[in-house]
Design a binder for this molecule. Sequence first.
Ligand SMILES: NC(=O)c1ccc[n+]([C@@H]2O[C@H](COP(=O)([O-])OP(=O)(O)OC[C@H]3O[C@@H](n4cnc5c(N)ncnc54)[C@H](OP(=O)(O)O)[C@@H]3O)[C@@H](O)[C@H]2O)c1
Length: 276
Amino acid sequence: MSMSVSDADVARPGFPRPVPDTPSNVMEQFRMTGKVVVVNGAADGIGLAVAEGMAEAGAHVALLYNSNHSAIQRAEELAKMHGVKTAAYQLDVSHAEAVEKTVDAVVKDFGKIDVFVANAGMAISKPILEQTLDEYKRQMSVNVDGVVHCAKFAGAVFQRQGHGNLIITSSMSARIVNVPVDQPVYNGTKAFVTHFGRSLAREWREFARVNVVSPGFFDTRMGAAPLCVNEAYRMSVLGRQGHVNEIKGLYLYLASDASTYTTGSDMLVDGGYTLP
Ligand SMILES: NC(=O)c1ccc[n+]([C@@H]2O[C@H](COP(=O)([O-])OP(=O)(O)OC[C@H]3O[C@@H](n4cnc5c(N)ncnc54)[C@H](OP(=O)(O)O)[C@@H]3O)[C@@H](O)[C@H]2O)c1
């Protein structure tokens, strides 16, 4: 950043940087053939839709899951259906060493990582005065520590490779205070990962892009709980929760060569929930 007009007038060697050699045909830009994508929280919900989207576009996909072993079968199905390489790995993202080992295993099995989608998350939606400290720590360990662990070890691979792409699933709750159920800890964890991702976009500017996706309510296990669902319909301009098919295209955009000038973005997909 320049401090004055005369500072700003000095040409910096190597600038402007060259425009990447991306295809001009937009469908070609979205093609993921030969790329390796890692998705966590991939057994179900948004993560599974993202894994499907990547395989549909031709990427090889590593599906990471925690407790839902159906990821193993989903991986086999995607490989058969789309003629790509897939594998499933069990990983609790709150354990740093396990994350490092899994990232190493994926690189060993697939040869590289082009895109890492840090999507796993959880919520214990309660006011802080009713939340135990253990519940607070659990949310921090998955939503904050888990994303930091994935970024740290995937980022090291990106730096070594000289290229990479991190996509973090945050939430509209990073920007708004949810109603009617108070959930300050979940909201705070998502605010952390949004700003963390935007900050990494600068830190990793020489070798990787980093972007954040902020969903509103999507009809998954983590979608609107019974206590919130009517308010979710009322608040959303589109009058409903999103379907996971309505968000996977954004992840594909961010993962692909269609978005080579997109970094440090926080993309909100909320059916207009946060407009009022
Ligand atoms: N649905 C919504 O309305 C909404 C709105 C805003 C943001 N989001 C965010 O979207 C992301 C995906 O959620 P979803 O809606 O697709 O719900 P979901 O189907 O419940 O997905 C959450 C995923 O996180 C994984 N996970 C939880 N704890 C983990 C741990 N310790 N280690 C590794 N993985 C763990 C779960 O894996 P297992 O099932 O294998 O245990 C699960 O696949 C989350 O980050 C969530 O905060 C969702």
